[in-house]
Structure formats: C-alpha cells, structure tokens
Design a protein around this ligand. Structure first.
Ligand code: PMP
Length: 297
C-alpha cells in the first residue's frame, strides 16, 4: 500500500504526520470517503466539491486547487493498482503548536489512503437491518453545521455507541427540535404513500453523495421524492426505510426502535433502488489510468 502524504508516496509503515498536527490535536480538518468501482472513481467531482466546501466554511486553505487534488487522488489510486477500493482523502489544518489558533499552522496536511473496501455481508442486504434512535442529538447547525464533513466525529461516535449497545447497525440521530436528521455515518430515507422522503439538510445532515445519487435515480425512475421535516412518527409508520452511504451504498431497514417497518422484510422499492444503483455506480465514475501492466485486484 502506498500512501500519499503532502505530495510524497510512502509505504504504509512509513506514512506519518506530526503529533502537533491540529487534525490530531483538535479534529481540525475535513475529509472524504470515496469508492472506486471497477477502475472508476465514483462521483469524484462531487466529493472534491464537497471537500472544498467543507474547507471553505472552516477557513482551511487546502494548499492546492481542486484539479491538482483530483489528479492526486487518481494518481494514488493508479499507483496502488486497485480497481475496487475505498479512498480516504484527509486535509487537516496541519502542524502547529499546542494552542488551538489555526494561525500557527503553516500549511495543511494532505493524506490519501487507498484501502481495500470492507463490504457488509450480503445477508444485511437480503434481510435488512434493525436500527434504533440514539439519545445523542445531532449538533445544531448554529453550533457546527453537519454539512461540513469535518474530522471531528465525536457527536456521531457517541450515537454509534448507542447503536452498538442496542445491538443495532446504525442509530437515527434527531436534531435539537426532535426532527430526524440522519444516522451516525449514513443518510436516511423512507417511503410513504409512494413518495420517497429524506430529511432536508437544514435539519442537520451531511449532503451525502449517495443521498444525491439516490435522488437522481428516483428522478430517472419517475419516483416522486421530497426533502422535508420529519419525526420518528413518520419513520415508524413508513412503508419502507433505508440508509445510504459510500461504504454501505443502500441498506434496507426492517425495524426502527422495535417498530416493524412494512412487512419486516426489505421493501420492493428499496430493492429496485439497490439494483438501479449497481448500474448507476459504474456509469458515474472518473476513469483511472493505471500503469500499463495492471491486470486487476
Ligand atoms: N452522514 C454522515 C454523518 C456521514 O459520515 C456519511 C458518510 N459516511 C454520510 C451521511 C453518507 O454520505 P456519503 O453518501 O457521501 O458517503
């Protein structure tokens, strides 16, 4: 495995950042999780755009433009010779001193890791997952806008602990008004009366790349969709519920807080969307140019 750190490629054991890096000391930075499907980087432009938007909001100077960073991602995938992978792109505030002031950080640290994707077992997609509601509320946008994909995931991690304790895959996070926001590392959708629904981003959710893809697929399928304000009552009484995320793609949900959703099996529309996403993900990629001898892996 070759890891990109500030423009240089290192073997896994030699890839290092400073202990004074504010990404490490304060979670001061932004990141992306990106998939490579059969030699194509899925929706790379959207990921790069989201990264620069996150960086802009926290006033983080990336130190290179989006085109150069896009090329760095493509080159790092190519040099690792992986046709299917999970890419972690991290931009932190960089090395500074022990104070929180970003002004003392001379330059951003950029890391690109191209890893083997750890897939969920097929059983999860066949049987669906139970989820629970976390007692931890999503950080209000007045405090730290969840649209920023920042390196500070403690809010989500606290909720993930609730999911684990309940033996559930994921936990629903409500916002401070009691409205459904998202899950700890996934967006949430439900189907009610033939309409696909997902919380509006202003309720405190990450603008998921998979979320946007599902909304695009719904449009192509002429499935009515809306983004709005919803409570747990809406989820409990939904005909279908599913989660979306880069790693998990589309995961059917069969119960929420012990309330059975629909028939208790993955919904018909959810299964259609899972199938449609399989074509969509190969169609929406940026081709990687591998070294000549690459066969596969
Ligand atoms: N919400 C949160 C909090 C996330 O961390 C993620 C990414 N893991 C998502 C939603 C899903 O976003 P994407 O589809 O871009 O992976």
């Amino acid at each position: 495995m070759k890891i990109y750190v500030d423009g240089t490629l290192y073997a896994k054991d030699d890839a290092r950042i400073s202990v004074f890096d504010h990404g490490f000391l304060y979670g001061d930075g932004v990141f992306e999780g990106i998939r490579v499907y059969d030699g194509n980087v899925f929706r790379l432009k959207e990921h790069i755009d989201r990264l620069y938007q996150s960086a802009k909001t926290i006033a983080l100077e990336v130190g290179m433009g989006p085109e150069a960073l896009t090329q760095a991602v493509l080159d790092t995938v190519a040099v690792n010779e992986k046709r299917d992978a999970y890419v972690r792109l991290v931009v932190s505030r960089g090395p500074g001193d022990l104070g929180i002031d970003p002004a003392n950080c001379s330059h951003a640290t950029i890391v690109i890791i191209v890893a083997q994707i750890k897939l969920y077992p097929q059983e999860l997609y066949d049987k669906g997952a139970p989820i629970v509601t976390s007692s931890v509320r999503r950080i209000p946008i007045q405090c730290l806008d969840p649209r920023i994909k920042s390196l500070n995931y403690l809010n989500n991690i606290m909720a993930k602990l609730d999911a684990r304790r309940a033996g559930a895959l994921e936990a629903v996070m409500l916002n401070h008004q009691g409205r459904v926001a998202e899950c700890t590392a996934d967006n949430i959708f439900f189907l009610a009366g033939g309409v696909l629904k997902t919380p509006d981003l202003m309720n405190g959710a990450l603008p998921g790349i998979t979320r946007a893809s599902v909304l695009d697929i719904a449009k192509e399928m002429r499935l009515p969709a809306e983004e709005g304000n919803y409570g747990l009552h809406d989820l409990y009484n939904a005909d279908e519920v599913f989660l979306t995320g880069t790693g998990a793609e589309i995961v059917p949900v069969v119960s929420v807080d012990g309330r059975v959703i629909g028939t208790g099996k993955p919904g018909v529309m959810t299964k259609k969307l899972i199938e449609a996403f399989k074509t969509f993900r190969t169609r929406e990629g940026t081709k990687v140019v591998y070294p000549a001898a690459t066969t596969a892996s």
